[in-house]
Design a protein around this ligand. Structure first.
Ligand code: 5GP
Ligand code: MN
Length: 338
């Protein structure tokens, strides 16, 4: 039980008590934590007799589509009118796993024009969102774990319903790279222990999350490491870049490059790693680092992004080649972030 979470319980309980229709929204390109948090909250609210709706800005990656309840998630991009209607009629909107409205993709405009009560639940540093209640705990592994704590404290006991713990565990597991990096501590593992004691099927979940890829995705990974990785030992930096043509060649699907940004950090001496992906109208950067290197400050200063100290994202409007040249030109100044 985390003491830092207790301060939110009274207000959270009041907001929940007076709401009947509740929308849950998450960030664009949802990951395991965004979807896990949304599903967990949905299972909990439904059990409490609330009408709960889950809305994701865009489609889910395949490695999450097996999750119980995931078929009920409404994709804003596919159904903008219906999604907006639901958000408008909601008594309460939970924004999960994001620290800026701009992270919500196309949902942002809707959020700017509706005046419903909103609650932020998130673990990214420096939330830039105004809400009726801001629940922000950057020291916790994942939004899902924060939610597990909040609901445990709301209920006075661990809430261990089967679908709920499956969803929570997926968020915790994916945001820590299977309990390998990121922020986690004794409390995180004690929370996992509660779920295991309650019958969490960790082998099934691990298999669905990590052994769920197509053969072409495995080949894309091999290609990225073999042909598209550059190691700059003098700057303790390595990067991988992928053109749209590369992605097409390996029949890329949403979620296929998940984890690629971390791979160069396995090289001895490398503490900063970037994945550049050529998208239709911009370059998407995923930045990863070790130790005190502030990937989020770097992403914020040069690539219009942000995130966590060791895992951040950003964008560039340059051509891929020019974006990489620009990135390399910044490396001599890197000591500022170390
Ligand atoms: P990823 O590289 O997996 O897309 O993102 C890594 C982390 O950086 C995530 O925690 C995500 O929330 C954050 N992030 C990714 N892209 C952006 C962005 O464009 N802006 C901000 N502020 N954060 C981002
Ligand atoms: Mn998260």
């Amino acid at each position: 039980m985390r003491k830092s979470v207790s301060k939110y319980i009274k207000e959270l309980s009041q907001f929940l008590g007076s709401a009947q229709i509740i929308s849950l929204v998450c960030h664009h390109n949802p990951d395991g934590d965004a979807i896990g948090s949304m599903l967990a909250m949905h299972h909990y609210l439904t059990a409490k007799g609330k009408s709960s709706y889950m809305i994701s800005p865009n489609t889910l990656p395949k490695f999450l589509k097996w999750m119980k309840g995931s078929k009920e998630i409404i994709v804003f991009e596919d159904e903008p009118g219906r999604s907006t209607g639901i958000i408008k009629k909601s008594d309460l909107v939970f924004m999960l796993d994001l620290n800026a409205l701009s992270r919500m993709g196309k949902i942002e405009d809707t959020m700017n024009t509706t005046g419903n009560v909103r609650i932020l639940i998130d673990h990214h540093p420096g939330p830039e969102i105004e809400a009726d209640l801001v629940i922000s705990e950057p020291s916790i592994s994942s939004t899902a774990e924060l939610l597990f704590e909040l609901i445990m404290q709301l209920e006075g006991n661990p809430y261990l319903e089967n679908r709920f713990i499956e969803s929570i565990f997926v968020g915790m597991m994916t945001d820590t790279g299977n309990f390998n990096f990121g922020t986690f501590d004794g409390n995180t593992l004690r929370n996992v222990a509660l779920m295991l004691d309650a019958g969490l099927d960790k082998d099934f979940i691990t298999d669905r999350i990590y052994n769920n890829f197509s053969d072409s995705r495995m080949r894309l990974k091999g290609f990225a490491l073999g042909e598209r990785m550059v190691v700059l030992t003098q700057y303790k930096t390595a990067y991988i870049y992928l053109y749209r043509a590369d992605m097409d060649r390996f029949k890329h699907e949403v979620g296929d490059t998940e984890g690629f940004a971390n791979m160069p950090l396995s090289i001895d001496g490398i503490i900063f790693s970037v994945l550049f992906i050529e998208r239709k109208d911009h370059i998407k950067l995923s930045l990863r680092s070790k130790g005190n290197f502030k990937a989020n400050s770097f992403a914020g200063k040069y690539f219009n992004g942000g995130g966590h100290i060791n895992a951040a994202g950003g964008k560039s409007g340059l051509e891929l080649i020019d974006c990489i040249k620009y990135f390399e030109s910044l490396l001599p100044e890197l000591h500022e972030y170390m």
